[in-house]
Design a protein around this ligand. Structure first.
Ligand code: SAM
Length: 149
């Protein structure tokens, strides 16, 4: 077993999963705070220079998992590791947020898709070096083609 202590907590207005957009074309514009434990504040030194951040967090309100998931973007099941489904063997979430402002140990961000009170495991700067033409989107491309009029 590996155990982690959360570095902080998400504070936002999303209290019910029904409030979080999902499915084709879903856009995540919700704002809120990533509130770090005060003793970890020095770890945010220089973060203001980054426009976007990766947030690693825990799906703390799921039970169990399955290896085939039915994503809202398709009418067919797919291997859980090819989806962003919450019910997975290690219930870890990964979200890219836009950093709007820092106030000490609190980061005001946009783009949340997790519930208020969600435990945060880690924060890292978002840097992408993969050219768009080298990215393959697996079953998502096929599902979008099938949905196209
Ligand atoms: C599809 S997952 C994607 C999350 C993240 N962007 C990822 O890729 O890992 C987002 C959904 O997780 C669910 N969710 C959000 N916060 C949660 C939490 N703390 N515990 C359990 N489920 C949560 C909501 O239903 C939300 O729509």
């Amino acid at each position: 077993m590996i155990s982690f202590s959360p570095i902080g907590t998400v504070r936002c207005a999303l209290t019910d999963t029904a409030q979080i957009p999902r499915g084709p074309g879903a856009r995540h514009e919700a704002e809120g705070l990533l509130e770090l434990r005060p003793e970890l504040e020095a770890g945010l030194t220089d973060i203001e220079g980054f426009s976007h951040l990766y947030v690693l967090w825990v799906f703390d309100r799921v039970e169990g998992w399955e290896l085939l998931a039915q994503p809202p973007t398709d009418d067919r099941p797919h291997g859980v590791f090819t989806t962003r489904a919450p019910r997975r063997p290690n219930p870890i979430g990964l979200t890219v947020v836009e950093l709007l402002e820092r106030d000490g140990p609190r980061l005001h961000v946009r783009g949340l898709d997790m519930l208020d009170g969600t435990p945060i495991l880690d924060i890292k700067p978002y840097l992408s070096s993969i050219p768009a033409e080298r990215l393959r989107r697996g079953w998502l491309d096929e599902a979008e083609r099938r949905r196209a009029p």
